[in-house]
Design a protein around this ligand. Structure first.
Ligand code: CA
Ligand code: CA
Length: 325
């Protein structure tokens, strides 16, 4: 009797453990949408149930090789199992991502780092440190290097006939000297799908194998600081410092004529994939808007001086065109 109870208890425990292991293995980024068509993510088992939406912060540790297949991406196929206000993805539709530059005290970056000691304090990674996001089957990849602009991603999954998906990308950390600093790496991206409103910026934290055990602290910190990491976009604010000034004009000028993935080119303020007079107009129309250093809104330069600056900048640009032609 005693023996049988012990066997039963053992079986119960191992069953519970295997359930927990199965749930962990499949925990990842569950993608769904609001009823009015915005992509939203949550934490949940891809087979259904336990879905918490919306959630924007996810984690995936690095193996000793400084690579990770976590978190994976899932989408459920059963609309009935979705929380109220959310539904499953459309069938046979591609899902893509683009890396997003977020705002830290030092400025915008596409890859942040914290060594895990003391208070949570992310800053852009050291020069030469990169995070590569790649898909083995397609060979497509995107490289984040800590610079202040986003990076074009790629379509990485297509939903099933029932709207589901389950896909893992490979995340690899690298550095020029081959040994990136131990700690926690933070990056951000948006998800997109044809006919759907793009997701809000999402965050993933990856912890190196020998980092201090502070990942939970960092996750909470990111969740608490989403408003500062992703400030509400101010039209014309090219450097994301919350103020439209000559610094923004300089960014538009420095990238004049550049083209690329919409939203990924510095100075492409209207996110149409090109830096041109439409972006300059946004700076001009919003000159002096916002506030510096988080203080009350102020305009340090008289509007007349600002317009003179812009006029000068435009003359400079025109000269640039003549020199090139
Ligand atoms: Ca600015
Ligand atoms: Ca533009």
């Amino acid at each position: 009797m005693f023996k049988k109870n012990r066997v039963t208890a053992f079986l119960a425990v191992s069953f519970a453990l295997s359930l927990a292991a199965a749930a962990d293995a499949h925990l990842g980024i569950t993608v769904c949408r609001t009823l009015d068509g915005r992509l939203v993510t949550g934490h949940g088992d891809y087979q259904g149930g336990h879905l918490h939406v919306p959630e924007r912060v996810f984690e995936g540790g690095f193996e000793q090789t400084l690579t990770s297949h976590s978190p994976g991406f899932n989408a459920q196929e059963t609309a009935d199992a979705m929380p109220e206000g959310y539904t499953i993805l459309p069938a046979q539709t591609p899902l893509g991502f683009d890396a997003f530059a977020f705002t830290l005290p030092e400025g915008k970056t596409n890859l942040g780092f914290w060594d895990g000691n003391g208070d949570v304090a992310f800053s852009p990674v050291a020069a030469g440190t990169t995070l590569t996001v790649e898909q083995h089957s397609s060979g497509l990849s995107a490289v984040l290097d800590g610079s202040g602009s986003g990076a074009a991603g790629f379509d990485f999954a297509v939903t099933s006939a029932a709207g589901g998906l389950h896909e893992h990308l490979l995340f690899s950390l690298g550095s020029q000297d081959g040994s990136p600093a131990e700690g926690i790496y933070l990056w951000s991206f948006v998800l997109s799908m044809p006919g759907m409103e793009t997701s809000e910026p999402l965050f993933i934290l990856h912890e190196t194998p020998f980092a201090p055990l502070t990942l939970d602290l960092a996750v909470s910190w990111v969740e608490d600081h989403l408003d500062t990491l992703v400030p509400t976009a101010l039209p014309g604010d090219a450097n994301g410092d919350g103020f439209v000034s000559s610094a923004d004009l300089d960014i538009v000028r420095a990238n004049w004529g550049q083209t690329g993935e919409p939203g990924a080119v510095p100075g492409d303020l209207n996110a149409d994939g090109a830096v041109n007079s439409a972006d300059l107009d946004l700076v001009r129309a919003n000159w002096g808007q916002g506030s510096q250093g988080g203080g009350p809104a102020s305009v340090p330069e008289p509007a007349g001086a600002g317009l003179l600056l812009i006029a000068g900048a435009m003359l400079g640009l025109n000269r640039g065109f003549r020199q090139r032609s």
